[in-house]
Every structure is written in C-alpha cells, then in structure tokens.
Design a protein. Structure first.
Length: 121
C-alpha cells in the first residue's frame, strides 16, 4: 500500500516540491512515497525517514493531517541539512517556517547517511 510522508519544509525545499505538495497546518508537508526515491531505494525508507526527520502515514492519517483534526509531531532529523529549530510559540498554525536558520555546510556528508545522496549524483 502506498504511504504518504510528512516532512518538514527543508525536505520539501530540497526536493523542490514546496509548490507541488500539500502544506499542512503545522507548516510541514505531505509528500508522496515516490518522492523519497530521491534519497535512495524504498527498502531503505525507514533509514531515510530517520535521516530527514519525517514520518510515514497511511492514507487515512494523511487525510487527518490535511483536515487538521490530528497533528503528528516530526522526529528530529539526523542529517544536519534537515534539522529544523523548533518554534517557541507552541502550536501556532499561522506561523511561517523559520527562514533565518542557517543552512549547514553540505560539503561534509555524515558517515552513516552516505546512501542518501547515491541517487542524486
């Protein structure tokens, strides 16, 4: 069964999907399972989700996120490129993602996440 992926705005921007995928109330995005192929094969989906700080959703869970009836928190990314600084304002649904967060230097690849860029070269 196809899954949906809830990911933070840095992941959506990295994939250049911020204008093509659904943004939910908490400022995160609902991406498609196939979008994760940019990070590697789907049999490594759990590793990819851990690295990018995302969660996998069943279709009914994605619908709950879309409707705003449930907001699931995202785990912290282990890949420094996708770490998002949490806002201190709580559940402010109208808040914009923090654009002032400095991007880490991507010239250094984390040793345990080298597979994430295998398909991007």
């Amino acid at each position: 069964m196809a899954r949906y992926i809830k990911a933070n705005p840095k992941v959506a921007r990295f994939l250049n999907l911020q204008n093509d995928r659904l943004a939910v109330r908490d400022g995160n995005y609902i991406l498609w399972q196939a979008d994760m192929l940019a990070f590697g094969p789907l049999f490594r989906l759990n590793e990819t989700l851990t690295a990018i700080g995302a969660i996998s959703l069943m279709p009914h869970e994605a619908r709950e996120e879309q409707d705003g009836t449930v907001t699931r928190p995202l785990p912290e990314a282990t890949d420094p490129r996708f770490i998002v600084t949490p806002t201190t304002s709580g559940d402010d649904a109208d808040a914009e993602p923090d654009e002032a967060v400095s991007e880490p230097d991507v010239t250094e690849e984390p040793a345990d996440n080298n597979h994430l860029n295998d398909n991007l070269q």
